[in-house]
Design a binder for this molecule. Structure first.
Ligand code: FES
Ligand code: CO
Length: 330
């Protein structure tokens, strides 16, 4: 898998899944073990590999601040350093090379994030503003596993011109399938664009490479009806859909979906999340059929239209840039 992707942060599990029982996870084609120290509750993400004979640490157990390999009982602290080798006589030094690889880890938005590089990219923190805003309520919807690349998933999450074909009755553009001109603006973390269908304005924020936020603000309540609309939507109602595509391997992607909203706060979250299974499965059928599974890096492959592919062209350009040698200025 592309090594250039290792510096970006990906959600590898939900916070609640990670306990002092080690669990095995795959990210960027690499097997990882996640565990929580039983004393301080610190989360550790390691390569799922004991340096001694290559046994999977995820088959072991946690004791206090250490994970214990199931094969010969070597212990490792959360920082990866071996702290005990049972076969060595009491008082013998532990070789400095006796350590396993650990990765930078963060807990945010109910997810455990990992960057598989010691020098990670800035953390994608767009949701901080919503999490700390008392007018908004954030909830986790679900995760979805698709047999395709994270790039294809992300392009689908950014694409609004398929709504009137794939999501009839759910997320259709109120003013029909003809796409009006819209502007794409590059930002330091990715890019933004907005589209107004006469009922809603959709503000898209892409946190490069694999996160898209789709903020739907009702501007004209009479202008249409959308999915999860209770028939009482009013101007100013805002629903932020967040799609995070985690690259499990080259052709497997786990999509985490979160919703933040500033309306219907007294209603159950399910009113706003229950439609996702249908909509995500409508997309899955199409996206898993796309060939090749990975986005062609040559911009001349596939055919782009100014409308509605302007954002996708920028996205592909940015993907190509990270593949280039350091210091390259586009
Ligand atoms: Fe892990 Fe021997 S393989 S202790
Ligand atoms: Co769709």
């Amino acid at each position: 898998m592309l090594d250039v992707l290792r510096k970006y942060w990906n959600p590898v599990a939900r916070s609640e899944e990670i306990t002092p029982t080690p669990t095995r996870h795959m990210m960027l084609g690499e097997q990882l073990v996640l565990w929580r120290t039983s004393d301080s509750g610190t989360v550790s993400v390691m390569k799922d590999l004991c340096i001694h004979r290559g046994a999977a640490l995820s088959g072991g157990r946690v004791e206090g601040e250490n994970i214990v390999c199931p094969y010969h009982g070597w212990r490792y602290g959360a920082d990866g350093a071996c702290t005990h080798i049972p076969s060595l006589p009491e008082g013998s030094p532990i070789p400095a090379k006796a350590r396993t690889t650990t990765y930078p880890v963060r807990e945010a938005y109910g997810l455990i994030w990992v960057a598989q590089d010691d020098d990670p990219a800035p953390f994608p923190d767009f949701l901080d503003a919503y999490e700390s805003d008392p007018a908004f309520r954030m909830c986790y919807v679900s995760h979805y596993d698709w047999a395709t690349s994270a790039g294809r998933v992300l392009e689908n999450a950014m694409d609004f011109s398929h709504f009137n074909f794939v999501h009839k009755g759910y997320t259709e553009l109120a003013d029909g399938p003809v796409i009006k001109p819209y502007e794409v603006k590059r930002s330091d973390r990715g890019f933004t664009y907005a589209y107004d269908d006469g009922h809603l304005v959709r503000d898209y924020t892409v946190e490069f490479p694999f996160i898209v936020h789709d903020r739907k603000s009702v501007t004209n309540p009479e202008g249409g009806k959308t999915w999860s609309d209770d028939g009482e939507s009013k101007a100013g109602d805002c629903t932020l859909l967040t799609f995070i595509a985690a690259p499990v391997d080259e052709a497997t992607t786990r999509i985490h979906v979160l919703v933040s909203r500033n309306h219907g706060l007294n209603r159950p979250d399910e009113d706003f999340t229950s439609g996702f299974d249908v909509v995500m499965n409508q997309d899955k059928v199409i996206v898993e059929s796309q060939r090749p599974e990975q986005i062609p890096m040559d911009l001349k492959e596939e055919l782009h239209l100014r409308m509605p592919d302007a954002h996708a062209v920028l996205y592909r350009r940015m993907l190509r840039e990270i593949d280039l040698p350091e210091g390259y200025m586009p």
